[in-house]
Design a binder for this molecule. Structure first.
Ligand SMILES: NC(=O)c1ccc[n+]([C@@H]2O[C@H](COP(=O)([O-])OP(=O)(O)OC[C@H]3O[C@@H](n4cnc5c(N)ncnc54)[C@H](OP(=O)(O)O)[C@@H]3O)[C@@H](O)[C@H]2O)c1
Length: 323
């Protein structure tokens, strides 16, 4: 089978299309014929081995898992021993090990569910990681009807789901993006939009009950200015950070420590793509409250271009690789 593999860390040039052995499903594993694979910043981080702090988890000198890709939508080809939830022929979506390939293995018990009715494989493939992260981030921030929610990075993968889900929870949503993407964020249902190139969205003139931070790497002291008393900041991430952890120390260290001494709740997030949340997202899709914000697709052999396209910041929502 074909797969997009790498043997050293680097930019998208280290990726190549190779013929590899088709994997066999083991205990509670499902072999999926890949029809589409979502692309997200996590793919770039593992490919690049950046920030350096990720390397112990993924391989010190080179990625242990050679094939890139995690988000997946496809058709079950075969199941291993102990699989009861899926049978060959089922249409599924979720996360797998190395989804930029003709076939990939997924755990039947963790991040895999039946594909939502009415979505293409490409649409389904962009939901798992970004959709679960948005859902878990909003929950961690205690989203509720009537809450004033600020989504920083509303035009990105996580943000474009967060805007729609926060609206579905009945919140009043303000989405922050760059000038050319404001219409896209309005189209997701945001009540208000802010252009961060023209105004500082956290200058303190507006206060929010929940801030979901997915872009910009703003210091905590600035983000706190825009938080209502008793409000909650949830730090999801942000690209372009420096140092060993690439800015993630805001979420891992800064937020929990500062939370102890202020009345505001400052929280990091480590999202997990779970079967339960994939089912919740499916319910939102099937109720017409959530759509997959698919910008464009690339064929498997152009996976390096898909990653470059995402990393360049051009994407509105999500991109997918199709097979
Ligand atoms: N904690 C977790 O478990 C978890 C899970 C998934 C992802 N993440 C991380 O979360 C971050 C977001 O992921 P993603 O998939 O949404 O990435 P993405 O698709 O690249 O979106 C990032 C968004 O950030 C926006 N942005 C850039 N600079 C900004 C600024 N100064 N102010 C406000 N927004 C700005 C961009 O908007 P414009 O294009 O309009 O500039 C872009 O749409 C990434 O760092 C990712 O690694 C964390």
């Amino acid at each position: 089978m074909r797969a997009i593999v790498q043997d050293k860390y680097g930019d998208a040039d280290v990726l190549r299309l190779e013929e590899v052995e088709r994997p066999e499903p083991g205990h509670q594993q499902v072999l999926i014929r890949v029809r589409a694979a979502g692309v997200d910043p996590g793919v770039w981080h593992i490919m690049a081995g950046q920030p350096l702090g990720v390397r112990p988890a993924f391989g010190v000198r080179r990625p242990r898992q050679r094939t890139r890709g995690a988000d997946i939508a496809g058709i079950v080809e075969a199941v291993g021993p102990g699989v009861t939830r899926f049978v060959p022929g089922d249409e599924v979506f979720g996360v797998a090990s190395g989804s930029f390939a003709d076939f990939a293995l997924a755990s039947s018990e963790k991040g895999l569910a039946h594909k939502p009715e009415g979505l293409s494989f490409a649409e389904a493939a962009v939901i798992p990681i970004s959709g679960c992260t948005a859902l878990q981030g909003l929950r961690r921030g205690g989203v509720a009807g009537g809450a004033r929610v600020l989504v920083l990075g509303a035009s990105g993968g996580v943000g474009s789901f967060a805007v729609q889900l926060a609206k579905a929870f009945g919140a009043h949503v303000t989405g922050v993006a760059s000038t050319g993407k404001l219409d896209f964020v309005r189209g997701l249902g945001a009540d208000e939009v802010m252009d961060y190139t023209q105004q500082d969205p956290v200058d303190g003139t507006r206060r929010f009950d929940l801030i979901l931070d997915t872009g910009g790497n703003r210091p905590l002291r600035k983000l706190r200015r825009a938080l209502a008393p008793g409000g909650t900041l949830v730090i999801v991430g942000g690209e372009g950070g420096r140092g060993l952890l690439g800015g993630f120390e805001r979420a891992m260290l800064g937020a929990p420590v500062l939370s102890l001494v202020t009345g505001q709740k400052l929280r990091g997030l480590t999202a997990v793509t779970s079967r339960a949340d994939l089912i919740t997202l499916t319910e939102f899709v099937e109720a017409g409250q959530l759509r997959a914000p698919l910008d464009r697709t690339f064929p498997l052999e152009e996976a390096p271009d898909a990653i470059r396209y995402l990393h360049a910041g051009t994407v509105r929502g999500k991109v997918a690789i199709t097979i």
